[in-house]
Design a protein around this ligand. Sequence first.
Ligand code: HEM
Ligand code: HEM
Length: 169
Amino acid sequence: MKPLVYSLPQRALHWLTAALVLYSLLLPGQIERVADLLGGGKTPTPAEWTSANIHIYIGFAVLGLTLLRIVLRLVQGAPAAPVSEPAPLRVAAAATHGALYLLLLAMPAAGIAKFYFGVGLAGFIHGGPMKLALWILVGLHVAAALVHMFYWKTDIMQRMTSGRLKSAA
Ligand code: HEM
Ligand code: HEM
């Protein structure tokens, strides 16, 4: 049987990952400059290194937390889509969640390929198409959450926040 809400560890991981991903997207710092300097055989300043390292450590954290999250999801499952949600949109939600998980793994993988193995194409994809795709998916995801809350008035937000369902109150 599917659970009615996400477990507490699943919820904590969702919001922690969301915060780290949004931070990396909005404030990548000097990572691009440091990668360019190293690629050109130059030495970044300590301040540039610190800024780049923050990006790298957060990226590794996203990778680790996402792997943990996927294991938890396989073990504990996830709540079913609300019955009021039209079938095509349920498919869209499942596809969006799947694509988000894929990007949460692929984004750090491409960053690692560029930074540690000097794969230029991976760097381009990481800071270009993948970044754009992540922004679009996160935008759709947040828009869908808001439509659920305010238009369909489903319990979807409670499943990922307090864990207390309105319908069970
Ligand atoms: C970078 C930001 C975010 C990422 C990467 C992300 C990723 C995900 C993923 C992968 C799931 C599917 C969970 C599963 O079924 O295993 C999910 C669920 C969910 N997310 Fe996010 N999320 C982000 C931000 C947000 C924000 C800002 C909101 C609220 C406005 C939100 C609200 C939700 C809700 C309500 C669910 C549960 C959906 C359901 O019950 O079917 N997320 N998120
Ligand atoms: C989910 C995790 C990550 C997100 C969301 C993310 C996001 C970004 C963004 C937005 C940029 C563009 C920077 C700019 O325009 O100035 C960037 C660049 C970069 N990131 Fe990440 N990053 C993540 C993980 C990582 C990891 C784990 C590494 C390496 C260990 C890494 C290495 C790099 C490098 C080398 C660049 C410069 C790419 C280039 O232009 O050649 N990133 N990242």
